[in-house]
Design a protein around this ligand. Sequence first.
Ligand code: GLP
Length: 241
Amino acid sequence: MTVEVLDDYEAVTARVEGEVARAIAAGPLTLGLPTGRTPIGLYDRLVRAGLDWSRVRTFNLDEFASLGPRDPGSFRAFMDRHLFGRVNLPSGAIGFLRGDAADAEVECARYDAALDKAGGLDLLLLGLGGNGHVGFNEPGPTLTAASHVVTLHDDTRRANADGFGGDWRQVPARALTLGMRQILSARRVVLMATGPAKAEAVAAMVEGPLTTACPASWLQVVGRCLVVVDRAAASRLGPRR
Ligand code: GLP
């Protein structure tokens, strides 16, 4: 795991923009994508950069259970607004979990198979939950390798209230998420975390033991994992940073 501490949010998104632009320019790319507040500035930069997305395939990390792709609170709608609707990514190249699938477990198995068929992720962009979650792999006694249905922690629902008029009780209590297998077998991972609310999770992820109490700590086993943080998010890291 390589950690880069930069001045602020703008510097973090600029750094990651460079990584994504290089990967897209290098050839066909299977790209894993996050939602959340953190990647919004990155997606704006990628749109402004005018990149050619015609050889990119994307797989998003997660989706709220029960929400269809046109529901304004869905992660699919978020991605349409912030990225997909603004670049030349072919609609057939967008992989997404369907929150409104009749059988969520079957949908998760379909998604894993589709990503396997695509050859797995070349590059996975990640944000970080304040509680150390990645995608929607929440802290708990165990983690799950396969994509699966999760019950969200109340803190996670609060952190996602933006998409639901600020009322966390409107945030679905369950979600579908890529499991730890696809995340940890990505050929390259670039994780962004900014702001003081992420400082504790960043320290646990980078310097703590591998533990299901911090799902992101398992990224320490990924061969090529770059963590890009601002000073606030790095504030609980040891003195060598
Ligand atoms: C959400 C998403 C994660 C995201 C994280 C951080 O719940 N499921 O993929 O990385 O929380 O979100 P934010 O960037 O808004 O802090």
